[in-house]
Ligand binder design. Structure first.
Ligand code: GMT
Length: 379
C-alpha cells in the first residue's frame, strides 16, 4: 500500500509512535510518505520505501500567524495526487484531522476519488487542548469526518466519548515498542561515568511540560537519596526544566542529577536504569514507560489515565495517586534496598512489554488499512 503519515516530528510520544509505525510498515514493503514540517526525530534510517515531504509555510508580512493548516492540507493534496496514495493516517487530531478533511474534499472535488482518512488520537489532543472551546467544534467535526478513528488506550477512548459528541466507533490500537531494540546490555563505560560507585540509577524522560509533574520526580529522588546512594538522569527538555533544576538545588540534590537534555539513543540510557519515574497528572498511555519496561526498568508512576493498562501494581512496577510523592518514594526505597525483588520486577516489566511488542501491533494497523482500502477499492 501507499500510505501517507502525518504527525508532529518532535520528541513527543505521538510523533515517535507515528514514525516507528511508518518505519515498520516500510519494512513490510509498504511505501510510506511522511508529511511534516520537519524530518521526524526518529526517522533516522535509510529505506527506499520511506519518503519525507516537508510542509513549507511561507511567511508574508500580513501573517502574524502563518496558516500552517492550509499549507499542510495543500501538501497532503500534492502528495496524494503525485504519489497516488491509498490512504492518509494522521496522528494527533489538532490540526492534522481537519487538514486531512480539507485535503480529502479537495481530492474528491478534483478527481471523484475518496481517499480514506484514519485519525489516531494520542492524548492532549483530547484531554487538554482539544477540549478548549477555541478548538472543540473543529476537533469534534474532523474526528467524526474521519473514516476510521483509533485511540491508543481504552482510557483515551472513554475520555473521547465523554468530552466530544463522537458518533462513530473508536477502535483501540495500543501503542507499541520494538522490544528487540530496547532490550540492550548496559554499556559499562557509560554506567561507570553516571554511577562510579555502583549507585542505583533512576531515570525520567519527557518533554518537561506541566502535565509531567517533573518537580515530583526531583522530590521522589531527594527522598531516595536520603536513604541510599543513587543518581537521577533527567532526559528531555521543556518549559518546566528550570523549575526542576531550581528545586534540585533547593533540596541539595543537584550534584546527583544529570539533566542530559533531548537524546535520541533512549535505549542506551534506559539500559543502565533501575527505576523509571513517571509521576504525570495524566497519560493516555505512557509510551515512555513502555519503552522503559522493554529495557527491563521498573516503572513507578501515577495511576492516571491509561497507565494502569500497561503498568501492573506491585508486579511490573508501582502506581500512586497523582502528587503522592511519599508513596512513590517509599516504594522506590524499599525496592532499591531489595536486589532480589528489583531483579524480579525488572523481568516482569520486560514480560509485560512483550505484550505490546511491535510485531503484535503493526498487523492491527495493516488490517485496518486493508479494510478501508477494500471499501474504497484502492487495492
Ligand atoms: O498528548 C500529548 O501530550 C502529546 C503526545 C505526544 O506527542 O507526546 O503524548 C501522548 O501520546 C503518547 C503516544 O501515544 C502517549 O504515550 C502519551 O501518554 C500521551 N501524553 C499524554 O496523554 C499527556
Amino acid at each position: 500500500m501507499r500510505i501517507g503519515i502525518v504527525c508532529y516530528p518532535t520528541f513527543g510520544g505521538s510523533g515517535v509512535l507515528a514514525t516507528e509505525l511508518g518505519k515498520a510498515l516500510a519494512d513490510e514493503g509498504h511505501k510510506v510518505h511522511f508529511i511534516t514540517y520537519q524530518q521526524p526525530v526518529r526517522l533516522n534510517v535509510f529505506n527506499t520505501n520511506i519518503f519525507y515531504h516537508e510542509v513549507r509555510v511561507p511567511t508574508y508580512p500580513l501573517f502574524d500567524y502563518p496558516p500552517y493548516e492550509v499549507a499542510l492540507a495543500s501538501t497532503m493534496v500534492d502528495v496524494i495526487m503525485n504519489y497516488d496514495l491509498d490512504l492518509l493516517h494522521v496522528h494527533y487530531a489538532i490540526p492534522h484531522a481537519s487538514a486531512a478533511y480539507m485535503a480529502k474534499q479537495i481530492i474528491k472535488n478534483k478527481t471523484g476519488r475518496n481517499v480514506p482518512v484514519i485519525t489516531t488520537l494520542h492524548g492532549t489532543d483530547i484531554t487538554l487542548v482539544g477540549r478548549d472551546k477555541t478548538y472543540e467544534p473543529v476537533v469534534t467535526f474532523s474526528i467524526n469526518e474521519s473514516d476510521a478513528i483509533t485511540a491508543v488506550s481504552n482510557n483515551l477512548k472513554e475520555e473521547t466519548y465523554k468530552s466530544f459528541a463522537i458518533t462513530k466507533e473508536i477502535e483501540v490500537i495500543n501503542n507499541f515498542v520494538d522490544v528487540s531494540r530496547f532490550n540492550k546490555k548496559p554499556i559499562d563505560a557509560f554506567k561507570k561515568v553516571i554511577a562510579p560507585e555502583g549507585e542505583k540509577i533512576l531515570v525520567h524522560a519527557s518533554n518537561f511540560r506541566k502535565v509531567k509533574r517533573v518537580e515530583d520526580v526531583v522530590k521522589v529522588f531527594a527522598e531516595v537519596k536520603k536513604q541510599l546512594p543513587a543518581k537521577l538522569l533527567m532526559v528531555g527538555d521543556g518549559p518546566e526544566r528550570p523549575a526542576a533544576e531550581d528545586l534540585a538545588r533547593a533540596l541539595g540534590v543537584i550534584d546527583f542529577i544529570s539533566f542530559v537534555g533531548k537524546q535520541e539513543q533512549m535505549e542506551e540510557i534506559l539500559a543502565v536504569g533501575d527505576i523509571f519515574l513517571l509521576p504525570s497528572e495524566y497519560e493516555s498511555f505512557g509510551l515512555a514507560a513502555l519503552e522503559a519496561m522493554a529495557a527491563k526498568v521498573v516503572v513507578i508512576s501515577t495511576n492516571a489515565g491509561g497507565l494502569s493498562e500497561i503498568n501492573i501494581q506491585e508486579e511490573t512496577g508501582f502506581m500512586a495517586n497523582v502528587g503522592d510523592v511519599a508513596a512513590m518514594s517509599n516504594f522506590a526505597i524499599t525496592l532499591l534496598k531489595n536486589e532480589t525483588q528489583l531483579q524480579q520486577m525488572k523481568e516482569k516489566a520486560y514480560e509485560q512489554a512483550l505484550k505490546f511488542d511491535i510485531k503484535n501491533i503493526i498487523p492491527k494497523y495493516e488490517k485496518l488499512y486493508s479494510r478501508w482500502c477494500r471499501m474504497t477499492s484502492c487495492v
